[in-house]
Ligand binder design. Sequence first.
Ligand code: GCU
Length: 620
Amino acid sequence: MFVLGLACMALLLSSCCRKQAPVAQEQALNEGLAPQITNIGARSGWLLDGEWKSIVDLYETGYYDYRRAPMPTGRTYFREDSFYDDPTQLVEIDFDRAPTLKVPGDWNTQRKDLYYYEGSVWYRRAFEVPQQEGKRYFLYFEGANYETVVGLNGKVLGKHTGGFTPFNFEITDGLRPGSNNVTAMVSNKRRLENVPTINFDWWNYGGLTRSVRVVETPATFIRDYSLQLKKGSMNTLAGWVQLDGAQAQQKVCVEIPELGLSQELSTDAKGYASFEVAAEPELWCPENPKLYAVCFKAETDSVSDRIGFRCIETRGNAIFLNGKQVFLRGVSVHDEQPLEGGGRAYSPEHARQTLQWVKEMNGNFVRLAHYPHNEAMIRTAEEMGIMVWSEIPVYWTIAWDNPDTYANAINQLSENITRDRNRCNIVIWSVANETPLSDARLKFLSGLIDKARELDDTRLVSAAMEKEYIDEEKALLTVVDPLAEKVDLMSFNQYVGWYDGDSDKCDRVTWTFRINKPVLISEFGGGAKAGRHGARNERFTEEYMEYMYQKNVAMLSRIPGLSGATPWILKDFRSPKRMLVGIQDDYNRKGVVSEFGEKKLAFYVMQDWYARLRDEYAAK
Ligand code: GCU
């Protein structure tokens, strides 16, 4: 999808009535966005969730002319109601009579005719918000998959690319008293140059999959901030504040009442101030997920958050949380509703059910695969004492040589870190999953790792690398990946017993590593349809899966420096790659829980292993 460059957009707006050749377009990643506002839930505003009018536009007739050139805004579907109500106009669509789609929510699970749909859908709704003089207004999207062009009251605001991170537009000037209309064209088309690319093992859920809201701020407000223990310290807090608005130089006070802390700052001409301050907070950990009420008070704005303080680090081949060695007792998770048979998750209720299963498994960790999950998942996990591996969808065969693809990945990483940097339970930023080795791939991922460390030095960085046999005869496995030098954890996926031999092969496999770092098995597992029983060598039976898990647990326990595991996967999930009728039926069946919440025998293998590890590490 091409978007009018902002400059030529203004030109076209002024001449939309005159017949005019479309202006040459540029392939833009993002257009018209305002800098991302963090902790959006703390902001006053109005949710625009609910039923939005929707029009399926497979050929993007509402955006391109018959020569496939983008049309001037005045000829697209981003029109004022007056156009649609004018009988003299050539109108070939009618939002008023269109069906609706619920927001938040993917379209694939809302309508049978959209089950496999990959293309563009127009969303539109009217809304009114009371406006105050001197205030600013933003239109904030928590997430939409995959490309989204947004218009307000007949004017295109801009575009966002990426299916799993928030974005916002300033609408202070475009908002009007009384009724406003917001229109969004969302496309989930897969493209080779996208992130992810065209091939991935999950359902390509499209749409306004997460909430939309209008947010009100003072003219100068606290747009972003960071507060955490200083890297490597447990008694010094380090942080910064970023104001947005004309009154950039202000006094800002950072208050943590429970610690009796009140730190005064003076922001510079760019509205920025950083600080360090001695403090002895009670540290956040799974056993005691302590969060502090923190208030950032500027002269013109204040914003509150609940922040936990913790120190995550590695020493040799072990991981330490707050100076105590930990084992990351985890499981991989897709961002799907836990009990509805699929569909994008978006609510605290969805998160609580999913994370309750993790707790029942005696887990203290989740790998949120393969893209940033909805914010409620991270915040609920933080409250429940569950650590998080957060990942961007640099998955499989990405277009490593394409600079736009790299810019897209950097942007998604930055948006993810901006949204979640103050969520203490995120302990790992992951930049990739199962990516084939090449020089271009190493350069691409090295850049992402450097960016992650630049944006946030308080967390570990990793990627799900791939294992290699260095001696097939002896079944000797290792990780031969130059990325291993750059990450903090030696994480990799291995499927001995499923894609790689049968379950008994696990007895013969041994592991060796040339680098002394903690090892995290980011995936292992195999499939079974819940309730399908048979011999333990019969694929897709619960008995096969249980036995294979038992053999894997024994094998993994022999790995030197094993410090974490996230078996693939907590719950059966929708994937178009899983077509075995009667068993898969469009579901990847590697969940230890079915898509309707039935626990399989393998669930209890993990529950038992993690109970033993919990007790072993508690005694350290
Ligand atoms: C890979 C991949 C997963 C996929 C899994 C599988 O490891 O990372 O996304 O679903 O294999 O084959 O089930």
